[in-house]
Design a protein around this ligand. Structure first.
Ligand code: HEC
Length: 198
């Protein structure tokens, strides 16, 4: 009996050591140093383009909830901001971002016949339809931010300034569908006439 008690004691002592080592794992705490990296810091800088989940003094608290609130408030302020002035650079940025995020479904010309739709995704309306031609800029901005019906939201991938750039580019697409020939630059007009002559 006494031998059994000794045995049990030994086994249980072993358990205790296992449990303790689960609490005391090797790890770095915020602010710790390490020779592992050239700057001597264990905390690594976030990769470029990272989006913080929370900011402010309380971002590093266990829930980060307060920090998230601050971030949401800032996002709301940006969302309420006025669109930037229309420039060539803004349109070019819009064309670039439209190509990355919208062309797969809406197509390069915005008629809703993109490659994803050809493979079975529900077809979006053409930007050229009268309702969307008449819609305010803010509507397009909000659709990008929140999504619309079966269209997913792009608010987490397209920054507010880029949303305005895309809206400006969509306006250009809409204009291009019904552009008066007299307003085209001579080089384009010549090409059009050449095509019409064929
Ligand atoms: C995965 C495919 C897909 C992508 C990518 C996509 N859309 Fe859409 N979009 C749709 C579909 C489908 C609809 C129609 C949704 C509905 O009515 O249920 C739609 C509708 C719209 C509408 C019309 C909303 C209305 O009032 O009827 C706008 C504007 C729009 N999208 C803009 C964009 C912009 C800008 C982008 C790029 C940032 C984009 N979409 C990316 C599929 C997509």
């Amino acid at each position: 009996m006494r031998t059994l008690a000794w045995l049990l004691l030994l086994v249980l002592a072993g358990c205790e050591r296992e449990v303790a080592s689960m609490y005391r794992q090797p790890r770095f705490d915020p602010g710790d140093g390490t020779p592992l990296f050239a700057d001597g810091r264990a905390e690594r800088p976030p990769p470029p383009g990272s989006v913080p989940a929370a900011t402010g003094d309380l971002a590093a608290t266990s829930s980060g909830r307060r920090g998230r609130t601050e971030l949401a408030a800032r996002a709301a302020a940006v969302a309420a901001s006025a669109p930037p002035p229309l420039t060539r650079a803004l349109l070019q940025r819009g064309q670039d971002r439209y190509g990355a995020y919208c062309v797969p479904c809406h197509s390069p010309v915005g008629d809703g016949d993109g490659p994803v739709v050809r493979r079975g995704f529900p077809q979006p309306p053409s930007y050229d339809e009268p309702r969307l031609r008449a819609a305010p800029d803010r509507h397009f901005y909000d659709v990008i931010t929140q999504g619309h019906g079966v269209m997913p939201a792009y608010g987490d991938r397209v920054a507010p300034q880029d949303r305005w750039a895309i809206v400006a580019y969509i306006r250009a697409l809409q204009w291009s569908r019904q552009a008066p020939v007299a307003q085209l630059p001579p080089s384009l007009r010549q090409r059009l006439e050449a095509q019409g002559a064929r």
